[in-house]
Design a protein around this ligand. Structure first.
Ligand SMILES: NC(=O)c1ccc[n+]([C@@H]2O[C@H](COP(=O)([O-])OP(=O)(O)OC[C@H]3O[C@@H](n4cnc5c(N)ncnc54)[C@H](OP(=O)(O)O)[C@@H]3O)[C@@H](O)[C@H]2O)c1
Length: 229
């Protein structure tokens, strides 16, 4: 088994979609859930779609976090802080946590095309405050549509990766670039996540208005800026 990536809250559309695409790309994935049985059920669903060679299993969230040092956070923003506090003792030292959460106002009864103000600046920066100091947080995948990930078409979207730890940036870039047609781009420091998260709210508004599944493409950078399969 290659270094597995664990999806914390991986039973939702984003976690399932990323798990599907990454297992198809040959990555080992652990689906995490608050409920081990739900995690196993989700893993079986992905196994059926990705094929018998898919390396996927389901675990309760804390067991998934303890099982690997590469993690993705795919829970609703409004549930993230309490969950991270609960999971804090389970993190392996030196883990990399890819945060895909977006602080949508829908989580507190507002519109999905609006975001909440976060004291730290972004959901990812809040996450960085909540995990152990030796865990590196990297923001990525916030602009990728789960509906597209779970569908059969290629993912027509760039993934902007932001972190204060260059190793975490490289790990997330390498992972995102495994998904066909995704281009991963180093987006600089973690504080830039606040801009990337806002783009998701804009995309949701565009998708409602135009009835689509829009993504972002950054043009005009040198070829070396784009990492893809
Ligand atoms: N959907 C998209 O297209 C998309 C795209 C980019 C980014 N995002 C962001 O990615 C995150 C996940 O999106 P999603 O649509 O997959 O979310 P979701 O379906 O609402 O939630 C994902 C999973 O999180 C767990 N969860 C739900 N509420 C929780 C709580 N209060 N505490 C702990 N765990 C909880 C659930 O798993 P268990 O019940 O099994 O524990 C659920 O299946 C969100 O922050 C979203 O903004 C979504």
């Amino acid at each position: 088994m290659s270094r597995a990536i664990a999806m914390i809250g991986g039973t939702g559309p984003l976690g399932m979609g990323l798990a599907l695409r990454l297992t198809r790309a040959g990555e080992a994935v652990l689906i995490g859930s608050r409920d081990a049985a739900r995690a196993q059920e989700a893993a079986e669903t992905i196994q059926k779609r990705a094929g018998s060679g898919a390396q996927i299993s389901g675990l309760e969230n804390s067991a998934a976090v303890a099982a690997t040092d590469l993690l993705a956070l795919t829970v609703p923003f409004e549930g993230a802080a309490a969950l991270l506090k609960q999971l804090k003792p389970a993190f392996r030292p030196g883990s990399i946590l890819i945060d895909a959460t977006v602080p949508l106002a829908a989580g507190v009864g507002g519109r999905a095309s609006r975001t909440l103000g976060i004291w730290q600046g972004s959901a990812a920066q809040q996450t960085a405050e909540l995990v152990p100091k030796d865990v590196s947080v990297v923001a990525a995948f916030q602009n990728v549509s789960a509906e597209v990930l779970n569908g059969d078409d290629d993912v027509d979207c760039d993934v902007i990766v932001c972190s204060d730890d260059p190793n975490a940036t490289q790990a997330a870039i390498a992972l995102a670039a495994k998904i066909p047609r995704i281009r991963a781009i180093d987006g600089g420091k973690l504080e830039n996540a606040r801009i990337v998260e806002q783009i998701t709210a804009l995309l949701i508004g565009l998708n409602i208005r135009h009835k689509g599944h829009g993504g972002v493409r950054i043009t005009g950078l040198p070829d070396s800026a784009y990492k893809s399969a």
